[in-house]
Design a protein around this ligand. Sequence first.
Ligand SMILES: Cc1ncc(COP(=O)(O)O)c(C=O)c1O
Length: 439
Amino acid sequence: MKKTKTMSLRGVRQSGRRGNLMKLSGDRRALRARDDSRSPSAHLRFLTQNFVMNTYNRLPLVLTKGKGAYVWDADGKKYLDFFSGLAVNNLGHCHPKIVAAIRKQASELLHVSNVFHIPTQSMLAEELVRHSFGDKVFFCNSGAEANEGAIKLARKYSYKKFGMGRHEVITMKNSFHGRTLAMITATGQEKYQKGFDPLMPGFQYAVFGDLESIKNTITEKTCAILIEPIQGEGGVKMAPPEYFQALRKLCDEKDILLIFDEVQTGVGRTGKLFAYEYLGIEPDIMTLAKGLASGVPIGALVATDKIAQAFEPGDHASTFGGNPLSTATALATLKTIYQDDLLENAQKMGKYLCDQVRKLSQKLPSMILEVRNRGLMIAIELSIDAKQVALKAIEMGLLINAVQEKTLRILPPLTVTKKQVDEFIGKLAKSIRESKQSS
Ligand SMILES: Cc1ncc(COP(=O)(O)O)c(C=O)c1O
């Protein structure tokens, strides 16, 4: 009896699967008829176009291999990668120390629940606390999730101290904080919010770099200010240390928490481990992700003890957050940054790159308008279309990001050498010249 039931269930499953396969292969045959190219890249692009949800404006490249500052596409073409996974590959690709740490951890223990103690998680928390203003860390999987955690923590702190109703968060116009519903609300750019109404209640917006604007936005309901120390997605926009110092003072006076989103600026990108170190102040909460585990997904929320105490068991959790693989990789990332003096290298190479771009701008005076940086977080303002230049750069074997209409964002790995910067300058010059000619 049991056997018959099992067999018939299997039969149903198999015929269902066969049906699906027939449907898929029928569709595939039809689609394949349109996939006339024989290059591996073209076929993989075809699979993306037909089977992956259409949420990204992808560049026409299929990257399959990386080493240091270089990547190769599926057709074997080599590129100098100054895109760095948008500030994720801070140690370049397949750094031997990172590969070794991943191999070791994968062969010992990949995942256990947070119901248990996780040795690498505990050690990573200690390491982050040792190198920052913070006392306690919560781990999650992405930047958006870290920011969500920060908002929850700020609200809980405020609730415990002041009671209900003091829950609003001020964020900046032109900011970027992630793509969950709460984080598109926090992100002060309508283009990320359109079509997803109703947005989350409890967010107000001020102008980045303008203290008066923040003062005018604060009400008795404000519990926190969430701000990037450098607006990354907004075009590598900076504000002077005096602004942040005045903001810190304002927050202290009004008992409002100051949250720094260091998802992009953190982990050495700016030439210090965290960008707040340039500002002469410390936030109450800081969020990290991107470069923390060199490409293995991770997010973290760092807070002072006073604030972190607002969270009690059951208040916040994440199945994968702080798991052995991601935290072992993050430990290896931090160790490598210190052992290999990569913060110093980021400062030196950031300066060298910008000096070289300034020299180039003398040869291309009407095309390069400005270069600005903090370490290896670099923006180049052009008078011509940045996307056009980034596309031309691909032809030259260089990957760079057009972050705004006329702004290039340059994010070399922290391991970058002088020779690679020189190679970049040559390729950038050609890309700009040829874009100008074809525009
Ligand atoms: C400053 C900042 N915050 C948050 C995020 C969102 O991070 P994630 O994509 O890991 O959710 C990003 C991503 O670009 C970012 O640059």
